[in-house]
Design a protein around this ligand. Structure first.
Ligand code: FMN
Length: 226
């Protein structure tokens, strides 16, 4: 890294181009057009994002908080969802795994910027059991299965070679044809939503925000100021 490349002087100001995306009004989001259940509404918007060829529409930002209160966000992939919630898979000893063990609350954000949309989901997180996690692990490519074993996710690695050597060792341990077992430090998590916000960009910063909030076993839809 050549630090001399970094511009000296005052902070770099971000300047957007002549047209901001919200100058294009696509009709917005109204109470009378959304589903009564946020999971149904989510599946409509995920289908829209997929149809619009948003890259990796199932990529979502997962925010967690550590035991000491330090927030951290990172991208993970949504692998399943149903009325019970949203499922992702990861290493349980990772930073996010440790955060969730200490504070089992999290926030998910789908950044579908190209569509002037985002969905923000808040909820409580539980770890899936081994039996619930295994079918997905088995469906993954062999390389990803070995990669899950090779990576002590979020720990410091001395070098790239250390990682490659560990992977090569695991390839010898489970040669082609032999099933790779799911590591006991790896698995799924379910985020059961208690609030789901659908955000649709509109002109003049008067964006539409409809939030579903759990109440009395059902959902209340409220409009939030943009
Ligand atoms: C598009 C994308 C998808 C990702 N999907 C996952 C995933 O499903 N599970 C996962 O553990 N990490 C995934 N990652 C890597 C995470 O962002 C992160 O680097 C890793 O989980 C370690 O995070 P942590 O140290 O905060 O626990 C993905 C990264 C990107 C950019």
């Amino acid at each position: 890294m050549d630090d001399a490349q970094y511009p000296a002087g005052p902070p770099v100001q971000w300047r957007s181009g002549p047209a901001t995306p919200y100058e294009v009004d696509d009709g917005g989001l109204r109470e009378d057009m959304v589903a009564a259940d946020p999971l149904v509404q989510f599946s409509r918007w995920l289908a829209d994002a997929t149809a619009a060829a948003v890259p990796q529409p199932n990529a979502m930002v997962l925010a967690t908080v550590s035991a000491s209160g330090q927030p951290r966000a990172r991208t993970v992939l949504l692998k399943q969802y149903d009325p019970g919630g949203f499922v992702f898979y990861t290493n349980r000893t990772s930073r996010k795994g440790r955060d969730l063990a200490a504070r089992p609350l999290a926030c998910l954000l789908f950044p579908w910027h190209a569509m002037h949309r985002q969905v923000i989901i808040e909820g409580a997180v539980t770890a899936l059991t081994t039996a619930q996690s295994e079918p997905y692990f088995r469906s993954r490519p062999r390389g990803s299965q070995l990669g899950a074993w090779a990576s002590r996710q979020s720990s410091v690695v001395a070098s790239r070679a250390e990682l490659d050597d560990r992977y090569a060792e695991l390839e010898r341990r489970w040669p082609p044809g032999e099933p790779v077992p799911m590591p006991d430090f790896w698995g799924g998590y379910l985020l059961a939503p208690h609030a789901v916000e659908f955000w649709q960009g509109r002109p003049d910063r008067l964006h539409d925000r409809l939030r579903y909030r759990r109440a009395d076993g059902g959902w209340v839809i409220e409009r939030l100021a943009p």
